[in-house]
Design a binder for this molecule. Structure first.
Ligand code: SF4
Length: 282
């Protein structure tokens, strides 16, 4: 395998990053993407006990909205990436890796109020809080009321999307442009590219060095070539990787947890293979 090189391209804020990865094969980069999606533990509301709900929303709708509110917690109370983040949670850990919450709100006379994520109160683990306090949950009119108990637990994205730590994770390959002999340098491909990725050099189209990350391989340039002289294909060793955290964990924490889970999964796999091999031998 070639030496893998990475280069940070964009880090506009704490939650988002784009970087270039070179020398990696597609199945490896996809394994990392899937580990980020499926094996990074987070805390989310998992059980909802509706004591009272006279709002306009059905109980089920309320429960769905609550489950999708991203939650944060201090490591001292729930060690998400440590003991709570193991792939298979034991029963004893289920209690120390969960938190009870309560949401009680009553409508006010003569006006409609909005219940926000910040109105959720922690019961046992006091540092549990929503990442974005201003997420609206429901509106309450006069005499309307909600009283809800919730249990948040640590889970993995493989079990439910509400546990995913990222809202964006993906990659795209960089383009390789091939120009055949019959290209007459008409420039139709340059005009057709909506991202202005191509230019003519010595009468032939080439990918501009500073624009190659913008090519989305839609092949409009190829389709507009009257001579059918162009081919644009993905470079399967160079990728632009994009990732954005929902906000519960930093990007560094997400990367570390994903890599650790890949190691752990490989260990399980090798153990299972060794066992199978031993059985064949005996
Ligand atoms: S594939 Fe699309 S974005 Fe890329 S160079 Fe061709 S027209 Fe432009």
């Amino acid at each position: 395998m070639n030496k893998i090189k990475t280069k940070l391209i964009k880090r506009p804020n704490e939650l988002y990053a784009e970087f270039l990865i070179e020398g990696v094969e597609p199945h490896i980069i996809n394994m990392f993407r899937r580990a980020v999606l499926a094996y990074v533990p987070t805390l989310a509301i998992h059980e909802v006990i509706i004591r009272r709900n006279t709002s306009v929303l059905w109980d089920e709708d309320l429960a769905l909205r609550l489950a999708l509110i991203p939650l944060k917690v201090d490591k001292s109370e729930i060690d998400l990436l440590g003991k709570c983040g193991k792939l298979i949670l034991s029963l004893e850990k289920a209690v120390e890796c969960s938190a009870r919450l309560r949401l009680r709100k009553r409508g006010e006379p003569n006006r409609i109020i909005t219940v926000y994520a910040k109105d959720i109160e922690p019961v046992d683990k006091k540092t549990v809080r929503p990442v974005y306090p201003d997420i609206p949950i429901v509106k309450l009119g006069p005499k309307q009321e909600i009283d809800i108990e919730m249990i948040a637990k640590v889970g993995l994205g493989r079990d439910h999307a509400k546990f995913q730590a990222v809202c964006t994770v993906g990659y795209k390959p960089l383009p390789i442009l091939r120009v055949r002999e019959n290209c007459n340098g008409c420039g139709k491909c340059v005009e057709a590219c909506p991202k202005k990725v191509l230019e003519l050099k010595n009468g032939k189209p080439v990918v501009k060095e500073d624009k190659k990350l913008e090519c989305d391989l839609d092949r409009l340039c190829v389709m507009h070539c009257p001579e059918q002289a162009l081919e644009i294909i993905p470079d399967e060793t160079k990728y632009l990787f994009r990732i954005e955290s929902v906000g519960q964990l930093s990007l560094e924490e997400i990367f570390t947890a994903a890599v650790n889970s890949m190691n752990q999964l490989m260990d399980y796999f090798i153990e299972a293979l060794t066992e199978a091999f031993q059985q064949i031998k005996s």
